[in-house]
Design a protein around this ligand. Sequence first.
Ligand code: S3P
Length: 443
Amino acid sequence: MTSTQSVVMNPSVSTHSLRLRVPGDKSISHRAVMLGALATNSSTFYGFLESQDCLNTLHIFSNLGVHSQLKNGVLCIDGVGLKGLMAPHHQLDCGNSGTGIRLITGVLAAQSFDSIISGDASIQTRPMKRIIDPLSRMGARVSGVATATDMVPPLVIHGGATIRGIDYEMGIASAQVKSSILLAGLYANGVVRVTEPRETRDHTERLIRGFGGAIEWGDQLVTLNPSQLLNPHPDRPIQIPGDFSSAAFFLAYGAVVRPIELVMVGMNPTRTRFLDVLNAMGARIECSDYSGDDMEPYATIRISPSELNNIEVPPEWVPNLIDEIPILAILALFARGELVVRQASELRVKESDRIQSIAQLIQKMGGQIETMPDGLKVTGGSSILEFEANSNGDHRIAMAGIMGGLMGHVRCMMHGVSCISTSFPTFFECISEIGASIEWLDI
Ligand code: S3P
Protein backbone atom coordinates (compact mmCIF):
# COMPACT_ATOMS: atom_id res chain seq x y z
CA MET A 1 0.00 0.00 0.00
CA THR A 2 1.09 3.61 -0.34
CA SER A 3 1.64 4.55 3.21
CA THR A 4 2.97 8.02 3.13
CA GLN A 5 2.22 9.97 6.24
CA SER A 6 5.06 10.78 8.64
CA VAL A 7 4.94 11.56 12.31
CA VAL A 8 7.29 12.84 15.00
CA MET A 9 6.64 11.52 18.50
CA ASN A 10 7.88 12.98 21.74
CA PRO A 11 7.56 10.62 24.69
CA SER A 12 5.27 11.23 27.61
CA VAL A 13 6.67 12.40 30.92
CA SER A 14 3.58 11.31 32.80
CA THR A 15 3.83 8.37 35.22
CA HIS A 16 0.23 7.84 36.31
CA SER A 17 -1.40 4.55 35.46
CA LEU A 18 -3.57 4.26 32.38
CA ARG A 19 -6.76 2.50 31.34
CA LEU A 20 -7.33 1.89 27.64
CA ARG A 21 -9.72 0.03 25.38
CA VAL A 22 -8.38 -1.13 22.03
CA PRO A 23 -10.74 -1.53 19.06
CA GLY A 24 -12.36 -4.78 17.91
CA ASP A 25 -10.52 -7.85 16.72
CA LYS A 26 -9.53 -7.74 13.06
CA SER A 27 -9.61 -11.50 12.42
CA ILE A 28 -13.05 -11.85 14.00
CA SER A 29 -14.43 -8.76 12.23
CA HIS A 30 -13.48 -10.17 8.79
CA ARG A 31 -15.13 -13.48 9.65
CA ALA A 32 -18.23 -11.71 11.03
CA VAL A 33 -18.84 -10.17 7.61
CA MET A 34 -18.18 -13.38 5.69
CA LEU A 35 -20.17 -15.80 7.83
CA GLY A 36 -22.86 -13.19 8.53
CA ALA A 37 -23.29 -12.77 4.77
CA LEU A 38 -23.61 -16.52 4.19
CA ALA A 39 -26.09 -17.07 7.02
CA THR A 40 -29.78 -17.72 6.38
CA ASN A 41 -30.92 -14.75 8.49
CA SER A 42 -29.55 -11.55 9.90
CA SER A 43 -26.96 -11.19 12.62
CA THR A 44 -25.62 -8.36 14.77
CA PHE A 45 -22.05 -7.85 15.92
CA TYR A 46 -20.93 -5.31 18.53
CA GLY A 47 -17.38 -4.00 18.46
CA PHE A 48 -16.82 -4.46 14.72
CA LEU A 49 -13.41 -3.09 13.75
CA GLU A 50 -13.89 -0.13 11.41
CA SER A 51 -10.40 -0.42 9.97
CA GLN A 52 -9.51 -0.19 6.32
CA ASP A 53 -9.00 -3.97 5.95
CA CYS A 54 -12.37 -4.89 7.46
CA LEU A 55 -14.20 -2.12 5.60
CA ASN A 56 -12.77 -3.53 2.35
CA THR A 57 -14.20 -6.94 3.24
CA LEU A 58 -17.57 -5.33 3.96
CA HIS A 59 -17.41 -3.51 0.64
CA ILE A 60 -16.62 -6.73 -1.23
CA PHE A 61 -19.71 -8.41 0.23
CA SER A 62 -21.80 -5.39 -0.66
CA ASN A 63 -20.53 -5.87 -4.24
CA LEU A 64 -21.71 -9.47 -3.93
CA GLY A 65 -25.24 -8.26 -3.09
CA VAL A 66 -25.18 -8.36 0.73
CA HIS A 67 -26.85 -5.53 2.65
CA SER A 68 -25.50 -4.39 5.96
CA GLN A 69 -25.58 -1.40 8.28
CA LEU A 70 -22.63 -0.23 10.30
CA LYS A 71 -22.90 2.46 12.96
CA ASN A 72 -20.60 3.09 15.91
CA GLY A 73 -19.09 -0.36 15.67
CA VAL A 74 -22.45 -2.17 15.49
CA LEU A 75 -22.69 -4.25 12.34
CA CYS A 76 -26.08 -5.64 11.28
CA ILE A 77 -25.71 -7.91 8.33
CA ASP A 78 -28.55 -9.43 6.31
CA GLY A 79 -27.41 -12.92 5.45
CA VAL A 80 -28.35 -14.15 1.99
CA GLY A 81 -27.67 -17.85 2.62
CA LEU A 82 -24.92 -19.95 1.08
CA LYS A 83 -26.43 -19.71 -2.40
CA GLY A 84 -27.58 -16.07 -2.29
CA LEU A 85 -24.48 -14.12 -3.35
CA MET A 86 -24.65 -12.26 -6.65
CA ALA A 87 -22.01 -11.92 -9.37
CA PRO A 88 -19.92 -8.75 -8.85
CA HIS A 89 -19.76 -6.15 -11.60
CA HIS A 90 -16.09 -5.34 -10.99
CA GLN A 91 -12.85 -6.85 -9.83
CA LEU A 92 -12.98 -7.21 -6.04
CA ASP A 93 -10.44 -5.23 -4.01
CA CYS A 94 -9.30 -6.45 -0.59
CA GLY A 95 -6.76 -3.60 -0.18
CA ASN A 96 -3.88 -4.68 2.06
CA SER A 97 -5.52 -7.70 3.65
CA GLY A 98 -4.10 -11.21 3.32
CA THR A 99 -6.92 -12.49 5.53
CA GLY A 100 -9.47 -10.79 3.26
CA ILE A 101 -8.17 -12.21 -0.01
CA ARG A 102 -7.42 -15.75 1.23
CA LEU A 103 -10.71 -16.26 3.06
CA ILE A 104 -12.95 -14.59 0.49
CA THR A 105 -11.34 -16.70 -2.27
CA GLY A 106 -12.55 -19.77 -0.35
CA VAL A 107 -16.10 -18.39 -0.57
CA LEU A 108 -15.81 -17.31 -4.22
CA ALA A 109 -14.41 -20.71 -5.24
CA ALA A 110 -17.79 -22.28 -4.48
CA GLN A 111 -20.04 -19.80 -6.30
CA SER A 112 -21.86 -20.29 -9.58
CA PHE A 113 -20.35 -17.08 -11.05
CA ASP A 114 -16.84 -16.01 -12.10
CA SER A 115 -14.91 -13.39 -10.17
CA ILE A 116 -11.52 -11.71 -9.87
CA ILE A 117 -10.02 -10.56 -6.60
CA SER A 118 -6.89 -8.55 -5.92
CA GLY A 119 -5.55 -5.79 -3.68
CA ASP A 120 -2.80 -3.24 -3.27
CA ALA A 121 0.84 -3.55 -4.38
CA SER A 122 1.79 -5.52 -1.25
CA ILE A 123 -1.07 -8.01 -1.73
CA GLN A 124 0.05 -8.55 -5.31
CA THR A 125 3.31 -10.03 -4.00
CA ARG A 126 1.82 -12.37 -1.41
CA PRO A 127 1.89 -16.15 -1.89
CA MET A 128 -1.44 -17.72 -2.85
CA LYS A 129 -0.40 -21.25 -3.89
CA ARG A 130 -1.04 -22.20 -0.27
CA ILE A 131 -4.80 -21.71 -0.89
CA ILE A 132 -4.90 -22.47 -4.62
CA ASP A 133 -3.56 -26.01 -4.05
CA PRO A 134 -6.13 -27.22 -1.50
CA LEU A 135 -9.02 -25.36 -3.14
CA SER A 136 -8.11 -26.99 -6.48
CA ARG A 137 -8.07 -30.39 -4.81
CA MET A 138 -11.59 -29.64 -3.62
CA GLY A 139 -12.63 -29.10 -7.25
CA ALA A 140 -12.37 -25.29 -7.37
CA ARG A 141 -10.89 -23.48 -10.37
CA VAL A 142 -8.69 -20.69 -9.09
CA SER A 143 -5.57 -19.29 -10.73
CA GLY A 144 -3.14 -16.49 -10.01
CA VAL A 145 -0.13 -14.90 -11.65
CA ALA A 146 2.80 -17.34 -11.68
CA THR A 147 6.09 -16.15 -10.19
CA ALA A 148 9.35 -18.13 -9.95
CA THR A 149 8.23 -19.79 -6.72
CA ASP A 150 4.53 -19.18 -6.18
CA MET A 151 1.27 -17.67 -7.47
CA VAL A 152 0.24 -14.12 -6.61
CA PRO A 153 -2.94 -12.02 -7.08
CA PRO A 154 -4.97 -11.04 -9.02
CA LEU A 155 -6.78 -14.36 -8.52
CA VAL A 156 -9.21 -15.47 -11.19
CA ILE A 157 -11.98 -17.73 -9.94
CA HIS A 158 -14.19 -19.67 -12.32
CA GLY A 159 -17.64 -20.37 -10.97
CA GLY A 160 -19.79 -23.46 -11.28
CA ALA A 161 -17.36 -25.92 -9.69
CA THR A 162 -18.64 -28.82 -7.61
CA ILE A 163 -16.84 -28.60 -4.27
CA ARG A 164 -15.76 -31.91 -2.80
CA GLY A 165 -14.74 -32.88 0.71
CA ILE A 166 -11.03 -33.12 1.43
CA ASP A 167 -8.63 -34.63 3.92
CA TYR A 168 -5.88 -32.02 3.92
CA GLU A 169 -2.64 -31.90 5.81
CA MET A 170 -1.41 -28.32 5.80
CA GLY A 171 2.30 -27.80 5.20
CA ILE A 172 2.34 -24.49 7.07
CA ALA A 173 0.56 -23.42 10.23
CA SER A 174 -1.82 -20.83 8.79
CA ALA A 175 -5.29 -19.87 10.00
CA GLN A 176 -5.87 -18.12 6.71
CA VAL A 177 -5.31 -21.32 4.73
CA LYS A 178 -7.38 -23.39 7.16
CA SER A 179 -10.21 -20.84 7.04
CA SER A 180 -10.16 -20.60 3.26
CA ILE A 181 -10.63 -24.38 3.07
CA LEU A 182 -13.38 -24.31 5.71
CA LEU A 183 -15.30 -21.53 3.95
CA ALA A 184 -15.20 -23.44 0.64
CA GLY A 185 -15.98 -26.53 2.73
CA LEU A 186 -19.35 -25.06 3.74
CA TYR A 187 -20.34 -25.92 0.16
CA ALA A 188 -18.66 -29.33 -0.02
CA ASN A 189 -20.56 -32.51 -0.79
CA GLY A 190 -18.39 -34.50 1.62
CA VAL A 191 -16.54 -34.17 4.92
CA VAL A 192 -13.72 -31.62 5.14
CA ARG A 193 -10.83 -32.54 7.42
CA VAL A 194 -7.90 -30.19 7.92
CA THR A 195 -4.83 -31.13 9.93
CA GLU A 196 -2.55 -28.32 11.12
CA PRO A 197 1.16 -28.79 11.82
CA ARG A 198 0.63 -26.46 14.81
CA GLU A 199 -2.48 -25.01 16.37
CA THR A 200 -3.57 -21.71 14.80
CA ARG A 201 -6.32 -19.22 15.68
CA ASP A 202 -9.76 -20.82 15.67
CA HIS A 203 -12.11 -17.86 15.07
CA THR A 204 -13.64 -19.39 11.93
CA GLU A 205 -14.43 -22.63 13.75
CA ARG A 206 -15.98 -20.78 16.72
CA LEU A 207 -18.21 -18.66 14.50
CA ILE A 208 -19.35 -21.60 12.36
CA ARG A 209 -20.20 -23.50 15.55
CA GLY A 210 -21.90 -20.40 17.01
CA PHE A 211 -24.10 -20.26 13.91
CA GLY A 212 -25.11 -23.90 14.38
CA GLY A 213 -22.68 -25.49 11.92
CA ALA A 214 -21.53 -29.09 12.39
CA ILE A 215 -17.86 -28.51 13.12
CA GLU A 216 -15.48 -30.06 15.62
CA TRP A 217 -11.86 -29.32 16.35
CA GLY A 218 -9.03 -30.13 18.72
CA ASP A 219 -5.53 -31.63 18.65
CA GLN A 220 -4.76 -29.79 15.40
CA LEU A 221 -7.58 -31.48 13.47
CA VAL A 222 -10.73 -29.70 12.24
CA THR A 223 -13.69 -31.67 10.88
CA LEU A 224 -16.53 -29.94 9.05
CA ASN A 225 -19.52 -32.01 8.03
CA PRO A 226 -21.47 -31.46 4.79
CA SER A 227 -24.82 -29.66 4.37
CA GLN A 228 -24.05 -26.67 6.50
CA LEU A 229 -26.79 -24.18 7.21
CA LEU A 230 -25.64 -21.11 9.10
CA ASN A 231 -28.34 -19.96 11.46
CA PRO A 232 -27.38 -17.11 13.80
CA HIS A 233 -29.60 -16.64 16.83
CA PRO A 234 -31.81 -13.68 15.76
CA ASP A 235 -31.93 -12.03 19.20
CA ARG A 236 -28.40 -12.71 20.30
CA PRO A 237 -25.87 -10.08 19.21
CA ILE A 238 -22.28 -11.23 19.18
CA GLN A 239 -19.63 -9.21 21.01
CA ILE A 240 -16.34 -8.86 19.13
CA PRO A 241 -13.70 -8.29 21.83
CA GLY A 242 -10.75 -5.92 21.60
CA ASP A 243 -7.95 -7.14 19.35
CA PHE A 244 -5.27 -8.88 21.40
CA SER A 245 -2.69 -8.04 18.72
CA SER A 246 -3.47 -4.31 19.08
CA ALA A 247 -3.42 -4.61 22.88
CA ALA A 248 0.06 -6.18 22.63
CA PHE A 249 1.64 -2.81 21.73
CA PHE A 250 0.36 -1.32 25.00
CA LEU A 251 1.18 -4.43 27.02
CA ALA A 252 4.80 -3.97 25.95
CA TYR A 253 4.64 -0.31 26.99
CA GLY A 254 3.12 -1.25 30.36
CA ALA A 255 5.81 -3.88 30.95
CA VAL A 256 8.53 -1.22 30.61
CA VAL A 257 7.22 2.28 31.33
CA ARG A 258 4.17 2.53 33.60
CA PRO A 259 1.16 0.49 34.76
CA ILE A 260 -1.57 0.05 32.23
CA GLU A 261 -4.97 -1.61 32.28
CA LEU A 262 -6.53 -2.82 29.05
CA VAL A 263 -10.23 -3.62 29.11
CA MET A 264 -12.25 -6.07 27.01
CA VAL A 265 -9.25 -7.67 25.36
CA GLY A 266 -9.90 -10.88 23.40
CA MET A 267 -8.60 -13.88 25.37
CA ASN A 268 -9.11 -16.64 22.82
CA PRO A 269 -6.32 -19.03 23.88
CA THR A 270 -5.16 -19.41 20.28
CA ARG A 271 -4.23 -15.71 20.34
CA THR A 272 -2.65 -15.02 23.72
CA ARG A 273 0.82 -16.64 23.56
CA PHE A 274 2.35 -13.20 23.98
CA LEU A 275 1.08 -13.29 27.59
CA ASP A 276 3.01 -16.54 28.11
CA VAL A 277 6.11 -14.88 26.68
CA LEU A 278 5.64 -11.84 28.92
CA ASN A 279 5.20 -14.11 31.96
CA ALA A 280 8.31 -16.07 31.05
CA MET A 281 10.22 -12.77 30.76
CA GLY A 282 9.15 -11.82 34.29
CA ALA A 283 6.38 -9.32 33.53
CA ARG A 284 3.80 -8.49 36.22
CA ILE A 285 0.43 -9.35 34.71
CA GLU A 286 -3.00 -9.87 36.18
CA CYS A 287 -6.11 -10.85 34.24
CA SER A 288 -9.61 -10.33 35.63
CA ASP A 289 -13.25 -9.73 34.68
CA TYR A 290 -13.40 -12.67 32.31
CA SER A 291 -16.49 -12.48 30.17
CA GLY A 292 -17.99 -13.48 26.84
CA ASP A 293 -19.58 -16.79 26.05
CA ASP A 294 -17.81 -19.69 24.37
CA MET A 295 -17.91 -17.70 21.12
CA GLU A 296 -15.01 -15.38 22.00
CA PRO A 297 -13.88 -14.74 25.61
CA TYR A 298 -12.43 -11.47 26.81
CA ALA A 299 -10.95 -9.98 29.98
CA THR A 300 -9.18 -7.02 31.56
CA ILE A 301 -5.39 -7.25 31.55
CA ARG A 302 -3.26 -5.21 33.97
CA ILE A 303 0.48 -5.00 33.52
CA SER A 304 3.13 -3.04 35.41
CA PRO A 305 6.84 -2.51 34.87
CA SER A 306 9.30 -5.07 36.21
CA GLU A 307 12.77 -6.33 35.45
CA LEU A 308 12.56 -8.36 32.25
CA ASN A 309 14.76 -11.17 30.97
CA ASN A 310 14.75 -12.24 27.34
CA ILE A 311 13.93 -15.83 26.42
CA GLU A 312 14.28 -18.28 23.59
CA VAL A 313 10.71 -18.60 22.30
CA PRO A 314 9.62 -22.25 21.98
CA PRO A 315 8.99 -22.78 18.22
CA GLU A 316 5.56 -24.30 18.89
CA TRP A 317 4.48 -20.93 20.35
CA VAL A 318 5.30 -19.03 17.16
CA PRO A 319 2.01 -19.45 15.19
CA ASN A 320 -0.01 -18.05 18.10
CA LEU A 321 2.41 -15.17 18.51
CA ILE A 322 3.11 -14.39 14.89
CA ASP A 323 1.56 -10.89 14.75
CA GLU A 324 3.16 -9.88 18.07
CA ILE A 325 6.76 -10.62 17.02
CA PRO A 326 7.49 -7.04 15.83
CA ILE A 327 6.58 -5.55 19.23
CA LEU A 328 8.22 -8.47 21.07
CA ALA A 329 11.48 -7.72 19.24
CA ILE A 330 11.23 -4.08 20.37
CA LEU A 331 10.41 -5.14 23.94
CA ALA A 332 13.53 -7.33 23.91
CA LEU A 333 15.67 -4.17 23.69
CA PHE A 334 14.50 -3.29 27.20
CA ALA A 335 15.17 -6.72 28.73
CA ARG A 336 18.36 -8.48 29.80
CA GLY A 337 19.96 -11.15 27.64
CA GLU A 338 18.99 -12.38 24.20
CA LEU A 339 15.59 -12.93 22.63
CA VAL A 340 15.66 -15.78 20.12
CA VAL A 341 12.81 -16.46 17.71
CA ARG A 342 13.20 -19.40 15.29
CA GLN A 343 10.89 -21.26 12.91
CA ALA A 344 9.17 -18.01 12.04
CA SER A 345 9.88 -17.81 8.31
CA GLU A 346 6.20 -16.90 7.79
CA LEU A 347 7.28 -13.43 8.91
CA ARG A 348 9.01 -13.09 5.54
CA VAL A 349 5.68 -13.11 3.68
CA LYS A 350 3.54 -10.79 5.79
CA GLU A 351 2.60 -7.19 4.90
CA SER A 352 6.37 -6.70 4.51
CA ASP A 353 9.30 -9.05 5.03
CA ARG A 354 8.96 -8.54 8.77
CA ILE A 355 12.33 -10.09 9.67
CA GLN A 356 14.02 -7.50 7.49
CA SER A 357 11.70 -4.65 8.54
CA ILE A 358 12.26 -5.39 12.25
CA ALA A 359 16.03 -5.53 11.71
CA GLN A 360 16.05 -2.18 9.88
CA LEU A 361 13.99 -0.59 12.64
CA ILE A 362 16.09 -1.94 15.50
CA GLN A 363 19.32 -0.88 13.78
CA LYS A 364 17.95 2.66 13.43
CA MET A 365 17.16 2.59 17.15
CA GLY A 366 20.76 1.69 17.93
CA GLY A 367 19.83 -1.84 19.06
CA GLN A 368 21.58 -5.10 18.29
CA ILE A 369 19.85 -7.64 16.09
CA GLU A 370 20.93 -10.64 14.07
CA THR A 371 18.63 -12.12 11.45
CA MET A 372 18.34 -15.70 10.24
CA PRO A 373 16.31 -17.06 7.34
CA ASP A 374 13.63 -18.20 9.79
CA GLY A 375 13.96 -15.79 12.68
CA LEU A 376 15.93 -13.30 14.69
CA LYS A 377 18.05 -12.68 17.78
CA VAL A 378 17.80 -9.39 19.65
CA THR A 379 20.25 -8.43 22.38
CA GLY A 380 18.76 -6.26 25.08
CA GLY A 381 20.34 -3.62 27.22
CA SER A 382 21.79 -1.05 24.82
CA SER A 383 20.36 2.44 25.14
CA ILE A 384 17.91 3.61 22.52
CA LEU A 385 18.91 6.54 20.30
CA GLU A 386 16.68 9.21 18.86
CA PHE A 387 15.78 7.70 15.47
CA GLU A 388 14.09 8.10 12.09
CA ALA A 389 12.68 4.95 10.44
CA ASN A 390 10.29 3.71 7.78
CA SER A 391 7.40 1.28 8.18
CA ASN A 392 7.91 -0.32 4.75
CA GLY A 393 4.12 0.09 4.42
CA ASP A 394 3.57 -2.39 7.26
CA HIS A 395 1.16 -1.34 10.02
CA ARG A 396 2.73 -3.50 12.73
CA ILE A 397 6.22 -2.16 11.97
CA ALA A 398 4.92 1.44 12.11
CA MET A 399 3.30 0.83 15.51
CA ALA A 400 6.27 -1.15 16.87
CA GLY A 401 8.59 1.75 15.91
CA ILE A 402 6.43 4.37 17.60
CA MET A 403 6.08 2.28 20.76
CA GLY A 404 9.86 1.71 20.74
CA GLY A 405 10.42 5.49 20.80
CA LEU A 406 7.96 5.90 23.68
CA MET A 407 9.42 2.98 25.62
CA GLY A 408 12.96 4.27 25.13
CA HIS A 409 11.93 7.86 26.05
CA VAL A 410 13.40 9.20 22.84
CA ARG A 411 12.07 11.41 20.10
CA CYS A 412 11.42 9.46 16.93
CA MET A 413 10.31 10.18 13.39
CA MET A 414 8.34 7.40 11.72
CA HIS A 415 7.60 7.50 8.00
CA GLY A 416 4.76 5.63 6.33
CA VAL A 417 2.29 5.52 9.19
CA SER A 418 -1.00 5.80 7.29
CA CYS A 419 -1.04 1.98 6.99
CA ILE A 420 -1.83 1.84 10.73
CA SER A 421 -5.47 2.43 9.74
CA THR A 422 -5.59 -1.08 8.23
CA SER A 423 -5.76 -2.61 11.70
CA PHE A 424 -5.85 0.04 14.46
CA PRO A 425 -7.70 3.18 13.38
CA THR A 426 -7.67 4.69 16.89
CA PHE A 427 -3.97 4.04 17.54
CA PHE A 428 -3.04 7.73 17.72
CA GLU A 429 -5.95 8.44 20.08
CA CYS A 430 -4.54 5.79 22.43
CA ILE A 431 -1.10 7.34 22.03
CA SER A 432 -2.52 10.74 23.02
CA GLU A 433 -4.03 9.15 26.13
CA ILE A 434 -0.52 8.06 27.07
CA GLY A 435 0.36 11.75 26.97
CA ALA A 436 2.88 11.60 24.12
CA SER A 437 2.97 14.55 21.77
CA ILE A 438 2.36 13.89 18.09
CA GLU A 439 3.53 16.18 15.31
CA TRP A 440 2.26 15.36 11.83
CA LEU A 441 4.60 16.05 8.96
CA ASP A 442 3.70 16.63 5.38
CA ILE A 443 6.63 15.32 3.37
C1 S3P B 1 -4.87 -14.25 10.40
C2 S3P B 1 -3.94 -15.25 10.40
C3 S3P B 1 -2.49 -15.02 10.46
C4 S3P B 1 -2.17 -13.60 10.93
C5 S3P B 1 -3.02 -12.57 10.25
C6 S3P B 1 -4.49 -12.82 10.52
C7 S3P B 1 -6.30 -14.59 10.31
O1 S3P B 1 -1.96 -15.20 9.15
O2 S3P B 1 -0.81 -13.32 10.72
O3 S3P B 1 -2.70 -11.27 10.73
O4 S3P B 1 -7.16 -13.72 10.57
O5 S3P B 1 -6.60 -15.74 9.97
P1 S3P B 1 -1.53 -16.68 8.62
O6 S3P B 1 -2.72 -17.51 8.63
O7 S3P B 1 -0.99 -16.42 7.25
O8 S3P B 1 -0.47 -17.14 9.56
